[in-house]
Design a protein around this ligand. Structure first.
Ligand code: NAP
Length: 291
């Protein structure tokens, strides 16, 4: 398949590499062009402008936020109106996904946000949540199967996939907050974090979110960030906007969002979003290693 890939950050570069490895003809574009170098060496073609990456069958975007996606689609040399089917993987607002669907032009638009951190992107084991017109989903299914271990097709309204993704990210943050509070409590009472995690994941909490983030918390793996706290704050802000739009009170959301703000202010923007555990520990005056 002739695939364009735009946005070669932590996630996008790994996803694009898997597409090249699978034998697709991949054309790549990134705002900072040097991030395309390794992919070009691996066999990808470099596009001069975003629109040049959208002349094939499918163009996938994996960009930071709403602003970046709107720029790449509707800005100068943007992909709006290009022939390729636009498959959007970024975590963006429900409102922007609705706009992308409405203004997608001839190529069409599918929302396909993903669950999984950069190592899962590199291993091709992401979970993909896809929504859009059935024929468009059929067209991109083989590509989605290359980047992910499982593709959930959840309907024909693209923004529904974004709502699922935002809900999931809220639940990840809530799980991290809960683990951080429990680990801090246990540690202040003389039980180490690893012991607590081993018991809990070995009993009632045997789920990937507790295992993956539990290890990060136990080992203080907050740098380099797999998912930077400012992107996490962006997501919680998008959840808040959706909660207002749909009239849903989310008191837990306020707690994790403020903890993200605090950890960015105290640790800097390069800290992982799981670094909210540091804020929880600080609140309990639990000694921690220097950043
Ligand atoms: P990242 O490493 O920060 O990469 C962001 C990408 O967006 C880079 O290619 C960056 O280009 C580009 N970009 C930012 N602003 C732009 C603009 N105004 N115009 C054009 N390009 C722009 O982020 P990431 O971790 O790969 O995340 C990408 C998306 O996936 C985000 O929506 C994130 O929420 C979502 N996500 C992340 C994870 C994770 O664990 N990391 C998991 C699931 C979903 P430059 O290289 O030039 O800066």
């Amino acid at each position: 398949m002739r695939i364009g890939f735009i946005g070669l950050g932590q996630m996008g570069s790994a996803m694009a590499a898997n597409l090249v490895r699978a034998g697709h003809a991949v054309t790549v574009w990134n705002r900072s062009p040097e991030k395309a170098d390794a992919l070009v060496r691996a066999g990808a073609t470099r596009a001069g402008r975003p629109v040049d990456a959208a002349q094939g069958d499918v163009v996938m975007t994996m960009l930071a936020d709403d602003h970046a996606v709107a720029d790449i689609v509707f800005g100068e040399h943007g992909i709006a109106g290009a022939p390729a089917l636009h498959v959007g993987h970024s975590t963006i607002s429900v409102a922007l996904a609705d706009r992308l669907a409405a203004d997608s032009g001839a190529g069409g638009y599918v929302s396909a946000p993903v669950f999984g951190r950069p190592p899962a992107a590199a291993a091709g084991t992401l979970f993909v949540v896809a929504a859009g017109p059935e024929a468009a989903l059929d067209r991109c299914e083989p590509v989605l199967a290359t980047i992910g271990q499982r593709v959930f097709r959840i309907g024909d309204t693209p923004s529904a996939a974004n709502l699922v993704k935002l809900s999931g990210n809220f639940m990840i943050m809530a799980a991290v907050e809960a683990m951080a509070e429990a680990m801090t409590l246990a540690e202040k009472g003389g039980v180490d974090r690893r012991t607590l995690l081993e018991v809990l994941t070995g009993t009632l909490f045997d789920a990937p979110v507790y295992r993956t983030y539990g290890e990060i918390l136990v080992e203080d793996r907050f740098r380099p960030a797999g998912f930077a706290a400012p992107l996490g704050l962006k997501d919680m802000t998008l959840v808040d906007t959706a909660a207002t739009a749909f009239g849903t009170a989310m008191p837990l959301l306020g707690i994790v969002r403020d903890h993200l703000r605090t950890v960015i202010a105290t640790q800097g923007p390069d800290v992982d979003w799981a670094g909210i555990a540091l804020t929880v520990r600080d609140g309990a005056k639990l000694r921690r290693p220097p950043p």
